[in-house]
Design a protein around this ligand. Structure first.
Ligand SMILES: O=C(O)CCC(=O)C(=O)O
Ligand SMILES: [Mn+2]
Length: 186
């Protein structure tokens, strides 16, 4: 992909480790149903979410305050930091209950994430397709990855300037999926 820096490691964690992480995340994370305002109406987001991180900064997104780190999330953060060589202070979690749960096209380009953010993304549970499309040149063909149970996806460099990503809905029967995106918030 031009103007992107994306790495994908399909088996960052073993199947056994990944099964354990999925179960623990499902049970321990404070999953919330958030709503977005659309055409003057409150619409339930098509997934559950949670936000954990260091305190002491404000964030203009949907949730106003991160929850304090759980030991489980610190363990995952450390594994990701060792592998990527980056430092993260915040994690956004998504729980896709079924194929109709999804995330629309967007870039992780909030000003709080800095100029060229490094986003490290872990996937557990059902495999889902992850799409990339160029922000300017929509004629460029989209690229898709199938994010596996226990995988690590790293997006950094100029990626968020030039590309959007999404988790499309699927009509195929899929197992629930948990995603964690580690970020550094300034
Ligand atoms: O579920 C995923 O893999 C994508 C999550 C994502 O893009 C985000 O949280 O910003
Ligand atoms: Mn994103």
């Amino acid at each position: 992909m031009p103007d992107a820096e994306v790495y994908y490691e399909p088996t960052f964690f073993s199947k056994e480790e990944s099964n354990r992480y999925f179960n623990e995340l499902q049970q321990q994370v404070g999953w919330q149903q958030e709503h977005i305002r659309m055409f003057g109406r409150q619409v339930a987001m098509p997934r559950l979410t949670a936000w954990y991180g260091d305190k002491g900064y404000t964030y203009s997104g949907l949730q106003n305050e991160p929850k304090p780190w759980l030991p489980l999330l610190l363990e995952l953060k450390q594994a990701v930091e060792l592998r990527t060589g980056n430092h993260y202070n915040s994690v956004l979690l998504n729980y896709y209950r079924q194929g109709s749960d999804s995330m629309g096209w967007h870039a992780d380009n909030e000003p709080e994430l800095g100029q060229n953010p490094s986003i490290a993304s872990l996937s557990f549970g059902g495999t889902r397709r992850f799409g990339f499309r160029q922000r300017q040149n929509k004629e460029q063909k989209n690229h898709y990855l199938t994010l596996q149970h226990g995988s690590l996806l790293l997006m950094q460099g100029p990626t968020q300037h030039f590309w959007q990503h999404s988790i499309p809905k699927t009509a195929t029967a899929v197992e629930p999926r948990i995603n964690l995106t580690f970020r550094f918030v300034y």
